[in-house]
Design a protein around this ligand. Sequence first.
Ligand code: URA
Length: 263
Amino acid sequence: MIRLDKYLANANVGTRSQVKKLIKSGDVIVNDKICTDANIKIEEESQVICQGNVIEPLANCVYMLNKPEGVISATSDNEYRTVIDLLEKEERKDLFSIGRLDKDTEGLLLITNDGALSHNLLSPRKHVSKTYFCVTDKELSLDEISEMEKGIDIGDDKKTLPCILNATTLEEACSTYNIAMGNADSLFERIDKLSGYSSFNVYSYLLTINEGRFHQVKRMFSYFGGEILYLNRVEFAGLKLDMTLDLGEYRKLTEEEIRIIRN
Ligand code: URA
């Protein structure tokens, strides 16, 4: 269900204030009755006519974006570019990201207009899995890895849920996942520039968690005294980041991928 003014604005009938005026002046018919209330909720099966034209609802869609660092996971912002700004060409006003990645995190972010799908994937009860490629300044001992995997107290009401943590190498991760377009050297260079570290004193891990708390990965490493130098989400809800998407690029999910995330 969606408000009438939003429904019309999403369908590019006009801006929110233009469509409000149209509604007020009696130009909009909902289910055979003139409707002058911009706030009424439009059901999926409602028929909306504006100035004689039937206004079809926008179809649901889901995009996979390879989020670059430096953009924020919001629909609009006065200061920073947002992930939705990257999709400008679509000319759709109804899109939002399913959850958030930090400004400095890269990788797989789904963008949609499907509120029910987003709600399901973000529900804490669904335990949707997320895998992150993490580069940190702290090498974890086997005991620390096992402690993290069992669940740790990062300052919330509850300990973190059991997770899977595997040490990896940049080269290995770059050949499995679309990180820095498969170029480990360029990623090393970026980390060097960012923080003065070199490939000899950074450690790489693949971490799979089944929840999504605020800054969760950073806080989990911080618990052991480690700082995250680079973070890339390489898997989400059973989907792998598409190897062919460059940073900032996106594409529609295939039917098969939509089936996977709906399950
Ligand atoms: N955990 C973090 O700390 N940051 C992210 O962007 C995602 C997960």
